[in-house]
Design a protein around this ligand. Structure first.
Ligand code: GDP
Length: 501
């Protein structure tokens, strides 16, 4: 793809609106804007003069208007968009951003006209006629990246910000757009580059009396980098949920009140207009917003011992939904003793490690206590049924009492859902989470290389070999924040050691 020509695109969403924006970026942006737009009143004046001198009709386009459009950087100008016959098609506000002080770092012209798809298409067509090229998807941001206006994490955050479904998601994306990920990574990367520089110096400039690092020194320098990266990588679990939302499966036997609870939770929460796409496998699914996190409820078929094949499929789907979800909500009927199915569900779901037990119908005389539930998990999992894995932390399974009928305990349930699924969110309402799969994969790659370096160190391999591991750890970090060049490392060596001064 050519990146030094001038591109054009409609920047506002498809459809009709009060305003629609067409954006031009590239060396000819100004020229093209002047060709397709003209100063207001140019046509009228021409018509006037043609009347008085009985000349022919005005020329076809505004491009040869007598008064060229006066565009100055950071100034808004009022302009006319003439059609091919020179008639006013629309009026527009035009903003020129002179390079490098623009979104892309190139000359940018933004033309705001009325949000009519045909007018906008026409304007783009005129720009193409005047020499622009239609922008590829994301090309404005790509150019911003190529021109050093933002690093990759910021470019990726632009997309997240645009796609955010909740204000909290937008805040997290905005933090990353401000460089939050790079800010956390850069000091760690610097420590790694320092270590590489020290090793390189020890090898290349041995005769210059550069001190050779001891294994202990190296370990001491490796550890904080590893720990820091691991910490950022670990924040991805929470970050992923913030970005993609939380999937919650509601399970339980028939008539315990799943649908009532489901409706209760949906009713009070603001429904999200565009639900995250995904497979629902015939299960009812709804998305709401909970403290800024999109929450997708999957209401599963009532579980009981299967009598026919159709029901067996429904039950299997319920278990699959629970396994796929971030959190399973098991609903029990508090007015009844635990049944065989309840115990079976408890035993199967507890080992998944993401279970919240909701004892419903607490408005009726209770025949269930939290202790009974925990006991049931413990007993079942220590039974001889080998198909059920054991669970070591039954006590950690939260048990909540609610009444869907009287809408009691719903607020607490909501809180518990967030705390159980996103423990990291409870403490700090920070936006320092890694939300990007690509970035997480790269961090894991870097961590794997650092482990290899640690092993190399323990095995006493030569520093040349160790360096390979360290470069393998650096490369993925480069892919996140930007490349470290040979010059960077050399500069680092020379500034540290004053070699050959
Ligand atoms: P599901 O089959 O698990 O989805 O259960 P439903 O939500 O359809 O509820 C089954 C029955 O229990 C209905 O008659 C509800 O009115 C009733 N029910 C649901 N929640 C409560 C509750 O908190 N208290 C009482 N007393 N009845 C409830």
């Amino acid at each position: 793809m050519n990146t030094d020509d001038t591109i054009v695109a409609i920047s506002t969403p498809a459809g009709r609106g009060g305003i629609g924006v067409v954006r031009l970026s590239g060396p000819d942006a100004l020229l093209i804007a002047r060709q397709v737009l003209r100063s207001p009143g140019t046509a009228e004046r021409r018509t006037e003069s043609s009347k008085s001198t009985s000349e022919a009709a005005p020329t076809a386009s505004g491009s040869d208007g007598k008064r060229p459009l006066d565009l100055q950087s950071w100034r808004v100008r009022f302009a006319e968009l003439p059609d091919e016959q020179g008639q006013v098609m629309d009026r527009a506000l035009v903003t020129y951003f002179q390079k490098p002080h623009s979104y892309t770092g190139e000359d940018v012209v933004e033309i705001s006209c009325h949000g009519s798809p045909v007018v906008l298409e026409f304007l783009v067509g005129r720009c193409l006629w005047a020499g622009a090229r239609l922008a590829e998807p994301g090309e404005f941001t790509l150019r911003a990246f190529l021109n050093g206006r933002m690093d990759l994490t910021q470019a990726e955050a632009v997309r997240d910000l645009i796609e955010a479904q909740t204000l909290y998601q937008a805040q997290v994306a905005a933090q990353q757009l401000e460089g939050a990920v790079s800010r956390r990574l850069t000091p760690l990367k610097k420590q790694l580059v320092d270590l590489i520089s020290l090793l390189e110096a020890g090898i290349d400039f041995a005769e210059d009396d550069v001190p050779v690092l001891s294994n202990e020194d190296m370990e001491a320098r490796l550890t904080p980098v590893e720990q820091g990266l691991a910490q950022i990588a670990a924040s991805f679990r929470t970050g992923k949920i913030i970005r993609h939302g939380l999937t919650l499966a509601i399970l339980g036997r028939p008539n315990v009140g799943k649908s009532s609870l489901f409706n209760c939770l949906l009713e009070q929460d603001r429904a999200i207009v565009t639900a995250t796409p995904g497979t629902t496998r015939d299960l009812v699914s709804e998305t709401v917003e909970l403290a800024g996190v999109p929450l997708r409820f999957v209401d599963t078929a009532g579980i009981r011992q299967a009598f026919d094949e159709a029901e067996a499929i429904g039950i299997r789907k319920s278990y699959e939904a629970a396994a796929d979800s971030d959190l399973a909500l098991l609903v029990l009927d508090g007015s009844q003793e635990l049944t065989y199915e309840d115990r079976d569900l408890l035993a199967r779901l507890a080992p998944l490690g993401k279970l919240l037990v909701v004892v419903n119908k607490s408005d009726l005389p209770l025949r269930l206590s939290a202790e009974r539930v925990i006991e049931a998990i413990k007993n079942r999992t220590s039974s001889s049924d080998s198909s059920v894995p054991s669970v070591s932390s039954a006590d950690a399974v939260p048990v909540l009492f609610v009444s869907a009928l009287e809408r009691r305990g719903i607020e607490e349930l909501r809180k518990a859902i967030l705390e159980t699924a996103l423990p990291a969110l409870a403490g700090e309402r920070e936006s320092q989470f890694l939300t990007n799969v690509r970035q997480e994969r790269l961090l894991r790659e870097s961590l794997a290389a650092l482990s290899a370096a640690r092993r190399s160190l323990a095995d006493g391999v030569p520093h040349e070999m160790l360096l390979l591991d360290l470069y393998n750890a650096l490369r993925p970090l480069d892919a996140i924040t930007g490349e470290t060049t040979v010059e960077d490392i050399l500069t680092n060596i020379f500034s540290t050691f004053c070699i050959g001064k």
